[in-house]
Design a protein around this ligand. Sequence first.
Ligand SMILES: O=C[C@H](O)COP(=O)(O)O
Length: 239
Amino acid sequence: MKMLIAANWKMHGAMDWIKKPVHFDTVLPAKDRKAIDVLICPPALYLAAMVEPAMDNNVFIGAQDCHAADEGAHTGDISAKQIAETGARYVINGHSERRANGETDANVKAKAEAALRHALTPIICVGETLDQRESGEAQAVVAKQLSGSLPEVEGKSFVVAYEPVWAIGTGKTATPSDIADMHNFIRTIVGPDTRILYGGSVKPANAAAIFAVETVNGALIGGAGLDMYSLADIAQAAL
Ligand SMILES: O=C[C@H](O)COP(=O)(O)O
């Protein structure tokens, strides 16, 4: 399965960042990374401007969230239909930073199903908190999130990102053995054909060890995905 190297820019960036996929291609040209897919998920207002230069450089563009409805009175929200119209190909659903603000498994599932209706690939995030891990509940928490959040749409593919909440933006990475345990567990639920990413303080220095875990099919990268040299170093580790 092709690895997916996905950068989630969160609420970072400015208009001149729309050139970053072109810069990425200068650092790691498309001809040298045919074995992997590269995705950048910028803030929504940059999507339309980024898609064309990014696709010209074999970089996919995705959104960080979508609404479950196709249209309506939802101030500040963006629908999967609108995201798809920009030419973006992926959307992140259920990131822990959104779950922390009240997003439920049912919301995530409805959003992922909206994404699939508009030919976007949802990246569905799951992961336990430190308290949940320390009390031995990590797998049960992830199983519950998957059971409530995965889209029920026949024949459509989605991506799962396992992001332990305690590893996000903290510099603490799960050990390869912890990642392998959780990814193997998730694999038993999602089957052999679904990409399972790891996210949580992925950096150039630890990427190779993470990608060496057999059931890791790529990474969802926050901080280290803002700099194209560091994103390219991580991508290189997946080749
Ligand atoms: O979506 C990305 C994750 O939240 C990971 O962020 P991080 O690499 O800054 O820890």
